[in-house]
Design a protein around this ligand. Structure first.
Ligand SMILES: Cc1cc2nc3c(=O)[nH]c(=O)nc-3n(C[C@H](O)[C@H](O)[C@H](O)COP(=O)(O)O)c2cc1C
Length: 338
C-alpha cells in the first residue's frame, strides 16, 4: 500500500479511537428562544431544499472523509448508497491522491456509481493543479469541489506539507474549475480574515469546519514520534467561526462537531445553507452497520422537521431570525473576536 493510502487507513483507525459521541462543544453554549405556541405542524416537506441545483431531502450532508485506500472503497460505496436512499449530499475525501495514483479512482467512483443522480462533492488540497482538479471533477461528475485548508494538520503530520503559499494556486483553481468551489477547513475553523481575503478573490462558498468534533492534531499526533499535543487547542470553535463568517455575507456551510439534529438546526440558524457531518456518521456505520446509519439519517430528517415545528418555522427561509443567546464563556469569546 502506498504511503498516502496507508495514511488514510491510519486516519480511519484513529478517528474511531478518539471518537467521543457526546463530547461537549460550542453548540452547547448557544441557545435559541422558542415560542410556546408555535402554530406549526411537523412537515418533512419543510426541510426539503436544493444543493448545487439538485433536490435534496434535508439541508445536511455527509462531509469529506474517505477515498484512496481499500477501506475507503468499502466505506464510499456504502455512503454513496445511503446518500442515494436518503437523497442527501455526499462529499468524498481528498482525491489529490489520484494525481499520483490514478489506480485509486475506483475508491471514489463507487460513491458516484451508487448515487448516480445525487449530489457528490469532490475534495482536493490547495496545491492541486487546476487541470488535475478539473479531471477529478469530471471523472466523479462532481457537483462542486471542496478545497481544504489544513495547515495545523500538515504541521502535526510527520510527513506533512511545510510550505503554505497556496493563494496563487487557489486563484488559478477559481478561474479554471467549472463547478462551484467550497473552501473548507478540516476541524480547526476558517477565520473571518481568510474568508474576506478569498471572497475578494471571487470565492463564494465557505465551510467553516470548526473545532469541537474531530481533532486532526490529536489524530496526527498519534502518528508522530514528537509530542505535538499542544496543537490540539488551536481550533476556532464552530459556533464562533460561523458567527464571524456570517458577517462576510458569503454562502456558508457550517460543520465541525455536529452531533445531533439540534446541532444541525443551530448550524442553520447561524446562517449555514447546509450543515456537514463527518465522524458522527462514519462511526454510526463503522461501530454498527450501514443499515444503522441509514436509519439514523432518516431519523435525523424527521427530527429536524420536528425542530422546525418547535421553533415556529414553516420552512428553512427564516431561521437566522430566531433569537439566539449564549452562555457567558462563549459570549465572551464572541465579544473579543467581534
Ligand atoms: C476519517 C476522516 C477523514 C477525513 N478526511 C478528510 C479529507 O480527505 N478532506 C477534508 O477536507 N476533510 C477531511 N476530514 C475532515 C472532515 O471533513 C471534517 O472537516 C472534520 O472531521 C470535522 O467534522 P466532524 O467534527 O463532523 O468530524 C476527515 C475527517 C475524518 C473523520
Amino acid at each position: 500500500m502506498s504511503i498516502r493510502s496507508k495514511r488514510k487507513e491510519e486516519h480511519l483507525v484513529l478517528a474511531q479511537t478518539f471518537f467521543q459521541s457526546e463530547k461537549a462543544n460550542s453548540f452547547d453554549q448557544l441557545h435559541l428562544l422558542r415560542p410556546a405556541l408555535p402554530e406549526t405542524k411537523v412537515d418533512l416537506a419543510a426541510i426539503k431544499t436544493t444543493m448545487f441545483g439538485k433536490e435534496i431531502n434535508a439541508p445536511f450532508f455527509i462531509n469529506a472523509m474517505t477515498g484512496g485506500s481499500p477501506k475507503s472503497l468499502t466505506i464510499n460505496k456504502e455512503l454513496g448508497k445511503i446518500a442515494n436512499q436518503t437523497k442527501m449530499g455526499l462529499a468524498l475525501g481528498s482525491a489529490s491522491i489520484l494525481v499520483k495514483e490514478h489506480a485509486q479512482l475506483d475508491s471514489f467512483l463507487v460513491a458516484r456509481e451508487a448515487n448516480p443522480d445525487g449530489v457528490i462533492i469532490a475534495n482536493v488540497n490547495a496545491k492541486t493543479a487546476p487541470k488535475d482538479a478539473q479531471k477529478i471533477v469530471d471523472e466523479l461528475q462532481a457537483d462542486a469541489l471542496q478545497i481544504h485548508l489544513n495547515t495545523v494538520q500538515e504541521i502535526a503530520m510527520p510527513e506533512g506539507e511545510r510550505d503554505f503559499h497556496w493563494l496563487d494556486n487557489l486563484k488559478n483553481l477559481r478561474q479554471e474549475i467549472t463547478v462551484p468551489i467550497i473552501i473548507k477547513e478540516v476541524g480547526f475553523g476558517l477565520d473571518q480574515a481568510t474568508i474576506r481575503l478569498l471572497k475578494n478573490e471571487g470565492f463564494e462558498w465557505f465551510d467553516v469546519a470548526g473545532s469541537g468534533g474531530t481533532n486532526f492534531a490529536q489524530i496526527e499526533n498519534a502518528r508522530n514520534q514528537n509530542d505535538l499535543s499542544y496543537l490540539e487547542d488551536l481550533g476556532l470553535p464552530t459556533v464562533i467561526a460561523a458567527m464571524m463568517a456570517q458577517k462576510e455575507e458569503v454562502n456558508l456551510i457550517v460543520s465541525g462537531g455536529v452531533r445531533n439534529p439540534l446541532d444541525v438546526f443551530k448550524g442553520l440558524c447561524l446562517g449555514g445553507q447546509y450543515v456537514g457531518i463527518s465522524n458522527v456518521f462514519l462511526q454510526a456505520m463503522e461501530q454498527n452497520s450501514p443499515e444503522f446509519l441509514l436509519q439514523m439519517i432518516q431519523n435525523w430528517q424527521h427530527e429536524l422537521a420536528g425542530l422546525l415545528a418547535i421553533y415556529g418555522q414553516k420552512d428553512l427561509t427564516n431561521l437566522t431570525s430566531i433569537k439566539q443567546y449564549f452562555d457567558l464563556p462563549l459570549q465572551d469569546l464572541i465579544m473579543q473576536l467581534s
